[in-house]
Design a protein around this ligand. Structure first.
Ligand SMILES: [Zn+2]
Ligand SMILES: [Zn+2]
Length: 311
């Protein structure tokens, strides 16, 4: 039996179901995660996407034998989302077991609220509750598609006023809605600025926290860690999996942009390392420019020596 009160309640439920998502995605669509790289796509409820654009891209590897996708409920059942303070004022979010490329999300405390940069592959209900308890996200941004992880989920759940990705990379952002397409230099919070480096992707952007000397390098750098978690080597690449080097002009551009940023701690979408400085990165680029094109790692002690020669 449905009385007037029930009918009213049902209207309420229907209104909630039909409320627009901050992404403008249709609620009939579902999110699917590629089992090879983790990239999320929204697609029709009755069928998974035909392919994954990230795995099909020149920078990445195809799965061995066809595409497979996991739905939200499957990923939620599969992984645990954890978080910890990486350095003072920066919380690291990640998932176990590793999903796809295994991106890590960083949440920075700023004078203007929390700023999320990159995202873990999935945020459990507990992880979302933790972010809500801390006031939600004021800004959400990412270096490029390999760092997006569950960024669409953070927008759906927390609806930060600013969602920023480099304007040249909009083609990769179909699963969420960019509210602030970034140009070459965009201040996202006081003292915290997004700089477009290009190179790896045309819109690839790094985040610099000037006051704390933190550099969120995206995939402009790959940090090889030793067993104690210290930086052992650095490399830079157009494509890590395919081992395609950056061009000479791309290296010179990276030197010009990153060389002006002061930092001593570096965060990629996958790891972080203390003691990696502006001078190390400049030395890496100089080493690469002095040698034939290569995406191979360069040991940190060689980079330190190079700096001394140049000093
Ligand atoms: Zn993929
Ligand atoms: Zn990448």
């Amino acid at each position: 039996m449905t009385g007037p009160d029930d009918a009213h309640a049902m209207r309420g439920v229907r209104a909630a179901e039909l409320a627009p998502l901050p992404t403008r995605a249709h609620r009939e669509h579902r999110a699917y995660s590629c089992t090879n790289c983790g990239h999320w796509q929204r697609w029709f409820a009755h069928t998974p996407p035909p392919s994954c654009p990230v795995c099909s891209d020149v920078r990445n590897e195809l799965p061995v034998d066809g595409f497979e996708f996991l739905r939200e409920t499957e990923v939620d059942a599969l992984v645990t989302t954890s978080w910890r303070e990486a350095v003072p004022g920066v919380t690291e979010f990640w998932c176990d077991p590793v999903v796809g490329l295994g991106s890590h999300g960083w949440v920075l405390e700023t004078s203007d609220g929390l700023l999320g940069f990159e995202a873990a592959p999935w945020y459990s209900a507990d992880a979302l509750a933790e972010l809500r308890r801390r006031g939600g996200l004021r800004v959400l941004a990412s270096s490029h598609v390999h760092g997006f992880g569950g960024l669409w989920q953070l927008q759906d759940e927390l609806d930060p006023p600013v969602v920023s990705v480099g304007v040249h990379d909009l083609t990769w952002t179909k699963a969420f809605r960019v509210t602030w397409p970034a140009d070459d230099r965009t201040e996202l919070a006081p003292g915290i600025t997004l700089h477009r480096t290009g190179g790896h992707f045309p819109g690839h952007s790094v985040l610099h926290d000037a006051d704390r000397g933190l550099f969120f390098c995206g995939d402009s750098l790959k940090i090889d860690l030793d067993e104690d978690g210290n930086a052992a080597a650095l490399s830079a690449h157009k494509a890590f999996h395919a081992q395609i080097p950056l061009s000479r002009a791309e290296l010179r551009s990276m030197r010009e942009i990153v060389g002006q940023l002061e930092f001593d701690t570096v965060f990629s979408p996958f790891e972080f390392a203390r003691g990696v400085t502006t001078a190390h990165v400049v030395a890496l680029v100089d080493h690469m420019l002095a040698n034939p094109p290569s995406a191979s790692p360069v040991p940190m002690d060689l980079l330190t020596r190079t700096v001394e020669v140049f000093a």
